[in-house]
Design a protein around this ligand. Structure first.
Ligand SMILES: [Zn+2]
Length: 98
């Protein structure tokens, strides 16, 4: 059994399903049933913690950058600082655990 991607809702469904189980779109069953889902799912990462930290740092950094021109310079600077620290810690952590 293989998986194909629904062209309407982009969810992965069985290539034998007569219709998408997510949005109900009727599927063509047969050899030419849309693009094959070759890409295997990404393996579960054991380093989800540090990368999450980096993502949070990047978000804070972006938030600080967005807030910078606004009338909240202290908030923006706090976000920038926290984002920098979190990104640095996350990068350092993933480098150490490599
Ligand atoms: Zn669908």
């Amino acid at each position: 059994m293989g998986l194909v991607r629904c062209p309407d809702c982009n969810h992965q469904i069985s290539d034998r399903a007569p219709a998408c189980i997510h949005c109900g779109r009727p599927m063509e069953v047969g050899p030419a049933a849309g693009p094959p889902a070759d890409a295997p799912p990404p393996p579960p990462s054991r380093r989800s913690g540090p990368s999450t930290l980096s993502v949070a740092g990047g978000l804070l950094l972006a938030g600080g950058l967005v807030c910078l021109p606004a009338d909240r310079p202290k908030l923006a600077l706090a976000g920038l600082g926290a984002g920098l620290v979190l990104s640095a810690v996350g990068a350092l952590w993933s480098w150490v655990r490599r």
